[in-house]
Design a protein. Structure first.
Lengths: 127, 233
């Protein structure tokens, strides 16, 4: 397993109060290393961002992290600054095996009726 | 960031002037003495876009340049080309045919299926042979005139790849074909240092020798070399 700077991909998502897939599917026998997230609350009030994952099937979403925001435009970078060369992943989403479509996804939902802008930087690595 | 560990640089595998090379064809072995060498490089060679979970729609790519010239094939019968390659992005899986139509690295009797569901056999990706090098020894190819490889790529990820790029590090050799039977026997049986290389897959047999080289060597010498290698100790 290895990854290089040119392998890092970025996705942007507008997270709503309906739990949804974020980005593309993690394909069979691959592993998605989430290296960095940036989130900004676009709702004029308190909001809660819940990140989850759904691996190998359309079952329940497993919560992997939660972030609260107090005000509109509150901004969360994690980690702050550029991704370190030897950074460990924040989260790992495992692709399933055996079939071409594994239904493994990063998921996200927010608590308020407004949205949260979410940017995710990740790399898919073979297993 | 973790990096793949390749313990030997491919450049250590270049042949020096005066080194010997033995190429195995289905008809027998041909022994060469390297008389001159010149480095070259093809970087980048774009295989183009590959859709998520897909392969190259246009099919196997024979690495052609302007006027349909095959970059990896020696431009005349006077040269042998020695190639290694790397690929970016890292996730892209590269499958090789050498010569074209002959799968290298297949574990199956049938032709490989280059698809997301069946593409786990016989590939090297950018983790195995990174674009920045050093390249994996398994990418080694010796090309003589009329023998060139073909490549196909698979994208195993859920994101489209905009551009799969290959880099080829090449050494061009001039050579003399050896015709001395005692020398050929020494080379093939072990007393002398020689690089032995099988042309194409071993299953069901290595590729056929090109007619120009067969005419140059002669069938009796090919038969002799084959007999030397197949002799019981």
């Amino acid at each position: 397993m290895s990854w290089k700077a040119e392998d890092i991909k970025t996705i942007y998502a507008s997270v709503t109060n309906v739990d949804a897939d974020i980005g593309t599917e993690v394909t069979r026998n691959m592993r998605r290393h989430i290296l960095q997230i940036e989130a900004q609350n676009l709702f004029a009030g308190v909001n809660l961002l819940t990140l989850g994952k759904r691996e190998n099937g359309a079952g329940a979403t497993t919560t992997i992290d939660r972030f609260s925001f107090s005000l509109i435009n509150d901004y969360l970078p994690k980690p702050d600054g550029p991704i370190e060369e030897d950074a460990l992943p924040l989260y790992i989403i495992e692709g399933g095996g055996g079939t071409a479509l594994t239904q493994s996804f990063l998921r996200a939902v927010c608590s308020a009726a407004g949205t949260i802008d979410l940017i995710v930087r990740y790399v898919d690595v073979p297993t | 960031m973790e990096t793949a560990l390749i313990k030997q640089s491919h450049t250590d595998r270049w042949l020096e002037q005066g080194y010997y090379l033995a190429l195995q064809f289905s008809e027998g072995w041909v022994c060469f003495k390297i008389t001159g060498r010149e480095p070259s490089k093809l970087r980048p060679y774009s295989l183009g876009a590959v859709a998520a979970g897909g392969n190259i729609v246009a099919g196997w790519n024979t690495i052609q340049g302007p006027n349909n010239v095959y970059f990896l094939q020696p431009r005349s019968q006077n040269f042998i080309y020695h190639h290694f390659w790397g690929v970016t992005p890292s996730a892209a899986r590269i499958y090789t045919q050498f010569p074209s139509q002959k799968d290298i690295g297949s574990l199956l009797a049938s032709t490989r299926n280059i698809s997301l569901a069946d593409g786990d056999v016989g590939y090297l990706d950018g983790n195995d042979s990174p674009y920045a090098g050093p390249f994996n020894p398994a990418t080694e190819l010796f090309c003589v005139y009329e023998k060139y490889p073909a490549f196909q790529a698979l994208n195993p990820t859920g994101d489209a790849i905009t551009n799969v790029k290959l880099v080829f590090d090449t050494m061009k050799y001039t050579f003399k074909v050896l015709t001395n039977q005692a020398m050929i026997s020494d080379l093939l049986k072990g007393p002398r240092r020689v690089r032995k290389y099988t042309m194409g897959p071993i299953d069901p047999s290595p590729t056929a020798i090109p007619k120009w080289l067969s005419d140059l060597v002669g069938t009796s010498l090919l038969d002799y070399a084959k007999k030397v290698m197949e002799e019981q100790p």
